[in-house]
Write a protein of this length. Structure first.
Length: 105
């Protein structure tokens, strides 16, 4: 492998400092932002969505995710594992009445 020359080491020391601007910003209304809700609604086929409905949708998503993660964790603990696998999530979704095809069932 060829050397990089004298100036390559000096050039790496003079790089611009990068700072994280978004990390300081506090998340309002939970972790799911309005833009994320709009993108999920678009994927589901919704054209227009009222801003007043965002809080109710956030509560529903939070409740749904809590159920699925709790059931997935139960399956993981039952098989004495430490990592939640895709099959644990598939079984949890099936238990909650939302069958997901294509993952070995």
């Amino acid at each position: 492998m060829a050397g990089r020359g004298k100036n390559a080491k000096l050039a790496s020391k003079n790089k611009a400092k990068r700072t994280v601007k978004d990390a300081d910003k506090e998340l309002k209304n939970g972790v799911i932002t309005n833009g994320a809700l709009r993108r999920m609604a678009r994927r589901g086929g919704v054209r227009r969505m009222s801003v007043e409905s965002h809080d109710q949708v956030r509560e529903y998503i939070d409740d749904f995710l809590n159920k699925v993660v709790r059931d997935s964790l139960t399956y993981t603990e039952h098989r004495k594992g430490q990592t939640i696998t895709a099959m644990d999530v598939v079984y949890a979704l099936k238990k909650n009445g939302r069958v997901l095809y294509g993952y070995g069932l």
